[in-house]
Write a protein that binds this ligand. Sequence first.
Ligand code: CTP
Ligand code: CA
Length: 228
Amino acid sequence: LVGASPAQDLTGRHVVVSAGGTREPLDPVRYLGNRSTGRQGYALARSAAARGAHVTLVAANVTLPDPAGVSVVHVETTDELRTAVREHAASADVVVMAAAVADYRPAAPAASKMKKDGAAGLTIDLVQNPDVLAELAAERLRPGQVVVGFAAETGDAAGSVLEHGRAKARRKQADLLVVNAVGAGRGFGDVGNEVVLLDAEGSTVAEAAGSKDEVAHAVWDAVAAHLR
Ligand code: CTP
Ligand code: CA
């Protein structure tokens, strides 16, 4: 597709993409966060706009420039991201959750800067955040809406990357779950990716490899097939 203009198969569609990684305050100057750069989500937003979509990009702590022709909402916490995504999802044909959402947040963030207390260690109580993707998949804020998730997995003693991905796809009930392998220099911040697209039953729908732009176009190909 490089140099060519892509198919205008998302013309007239409103798509919401979340990108980046949420941060949860510990106190006014510190947070719990993750290393997501937002590059995959930004590539998804750019490529959807190039294919004719009206794009709302909900960006959590991303330092990349706002893509041209895309409406960008900047957020910090999971609560802010959830509110913005749901507000725009109410009128969206497609919602893609590419953001790395913090699984937990401090139960009681301090109102003023925390001070060290002697030589003792520190234990912080965390509570679980709501699962924005699973909520969207269960509620379908707009009838016929296509809901897409991303999962960065590593293999472990309990299963391979793909086994974890298939179990997550069945748990989340999104129309598509884009699974990629992270760790050992793959995934976060990298230029290249290898992904498998799974349906809600955990079956493989498509595979893609290459740059984040190529992965983004493969995701929109699969989404466009759902919309037809
Ligand atoms: N996600 C979400 N809300 C959360 C956590 C995750 O919407 N509180 C979304 C992510 O944006 C992503 C998908 O769910 O699209 C999968 O995220 P992932 O962290 O892989 O899944 P979890 O259910 O959090 O499982 P894990 O225990 O493996 O982190
Ligand atoms: Ca998680």
